[in-house]
Write a protein that binds this ligand. Structure first.
Ligand SMILES: Nc1ncnc2c1ncn2[C@@H]1O[C@H](COP(=O)(O)OP(=O)(O)OP(=O)(O)O)[C@@H](O)[C@H]1O
Ligand SMILES: [Mg+2]
Length: 149
């Protein structure tokens, strides 16, 4: 990412984190590939729920039994947009990702989101934005967003 723009948000509930996700989604453009990072339970999936809300995705996002990849269909200005959402937590090796065609899935959606992206640095060059969520007490979170400016 060259000339990244940085924004920081503080949220006090899952709903507020969702709202930040909705606002972030509203500013995305076609081809965005977003790395979501933060510890277990930080709120990556909550943020993603906000994104899905913005695009009016009908599918229910789930975290505990979450598969490696979900594909959602949403809408923007009357056009259908596809969103690819990955959770790399259970992937152990980069070779597994290659076998799944991860690199292609990243680039052929309207936008893509990757939880635990930081585990596979070989894809660092693919991301157009990074969202980092850190704990600040039980219900507090700091959300740092960096994106291409
Ligand atoms: N400010 C907050 N923002 C987001 N989630 C919060 C906040 N406060 C409390 N929570 C709770 O923290 C949990 C976040 O779970 P979530 O599944 O989004 O985390 P995750 O980062 O995706 O975890 P995992 O790495 O397991 O996928 C939810 O239970 C949510 O209700
Ligand atoms: Mg999650």
């Amino acid at each position: 990412m060259n000339s990244a723009v940085k924004e920081v948000f503080h949220t006090g509930s899952a709903l507020e984190t969702r709202a930040v996700g909705r606002k972030f989604a509203a500013e995305l453009s076609c081809g965005a590939v977003v790395a979501l990072s933060g510890e277990l339970g930080a709120g990556k999936t909550e943020f993603m729920r906000g994104v899905a809300e913005f695009f009016g995705c009908a599918e229910q996002l789930s975290s505990p039994t979450f598969p490696i990849m979900n594909i959602y269909s949403g809408e923007l200005l009357g056009e259908e947009v596809s969103i690819h959402h990955f959770d790399l937590y259970r992937i152990e090796r980069g070779s597994e990702l290659e076998a799944l065609g991860f690199g292609e899935y990243l680039s052929n959606a309207w936008c893509s989101f990757v939880e635990w992206a930081e585990r596979f640095v070989e894809y660092d060059g693919s991301y157009t934005a990074r969202v980092q969520i850190a704990y600040e007490g039980e219900e507090g979170r700091t959300i740092t967003i960096e994106r291409e400016g």
